[in-house]
Design a protein around this ligand. Sequence first.
Ligand code: ADP
Length: 461
Amino acid sequence: MGFRSQNKLFKQRRGRLAIWYAGVMGGILSISALGMYEAIAHAHRITIDREVESVAGTLHDSIEPLLKEPGKLEPEINQLLPNLCLLTAPCFHNTIDNQRHIASKINLSDNYYIHFVNISGELVAIAGNFIPASVRLTETEPKWYTLKDNQNIRYRQITLPLHTKNNQDWGYLQIGRNQSDFDDYVGAVRWIILVGLPLIMLLVGIASWWLAALAMEPIYQSYQQMQQFTADAAHELRTPLAAVGATVESSLQLPSLNEDEARCTLEVVQRQNNRLSQLVGDLLLLAGMERPDLPVATGELIILQDIVNDIAEELAALAREANVELVVDFNLSSELQVRGNEAQLYRMVANLVTNAINYTPREGKVTLILDRCHGFALIKVKDTGIGIGMKDKSRIFERFYRAGEDRSRKTGGFGLGLPIAKAISNSHGGSIEVESELDKGSTFTVRLPIYSTTHKNLSSC
Ligand code: ADP
């Protein structure tokens, strides 16, 4: 089960993390949406300006050669712009085929209007039906204007100076384009962003909540492991301390202590003290193994045959006592060398062999095998013991885990032997694995990288 329903602190942290995620992602998304909107609007502005400029240029170039007198429009211009309205005369629409006129070619009547303004700023003629009320028609500067009519339709207008054929100043040509089609499109984009953004923010919020849980999960797991470890360590420390406390208390309650009783009490204290020292030593070793700066890779050169032989010799008495046969089986032509810490490697193999002896019934056999495979040295500890069940196999490398408290109790172990072995093999760049069958026996295999690169002659694995 996750931490969601369990821990207030983690729930609060998750909430804060989710708010941060949502805030940052929402901010980035909003800025992106704003940028996208601006880019679209800008592209439209440029498109409309180019179109108006090109239409205005064409008209200007077509009209100028027809102008003779400043402020006066020649009848030929009426032919060019069939819907032209002179303000000094009634509107005049001739019947010449529109297709032949430049204005009809550019669909002037639909989207465009044209104003002819004389040099004194008076409107002379218009084509199209828009006369902007809000802006004086005499405005000839700046070149570009955006105007609005009373229906709020926007027009983009350009003003170009007109000259007669003889290069006299005639006045100005103002051409405007109704930009409602572009405004509608940009308006639709704005609506999509306004409606879509809150929806996206909602999704971002949900995703952030989920992502925050994902990010916190490993932290919560290590927090739980730490809590479990503290509880287990306290539990293991309590047992010897309680034993010492009870022994000392019962001794103190006696009116007097003879030498045997005092010795007995001290022996209990010593035994429990040894246990405590061993536990603290193991914990310190494990804590030390977790430091990432351990210089194992550059450690001393160790010959594995020596370690295995030494352990077999050292634990021979324990095996004899347990009535278990302890044999060494390696048939290697050369030394197997690894780099690392000799004391730690010794401890690792000793833990495995001690376990094998402890968990093998009388008359059983423990075999220590040394081999080499694909650049790795293999140390195998094989026994004909009680074996490990499937359920326990995945957990025996956890700290303080003991498969079946009752069978471990008599060995007096803390459940730290295998975690220590695993930590040592890991810190030497190796690994440890177990194969086991209940009531048949177990084989623990440690793989360590061989130091020497000259041993290319690999045996089958
Ligand atoms: P302990 O100190 O209890 O032996 P370990 O970490 O060394 O702790 O081992 C963890 C558990 O794995 C033990 O409690 C034991 O049940 C099981 N185990 C380890 N080695 C063997 C083995 N060779 N055969 C059967 N069970 C084993």
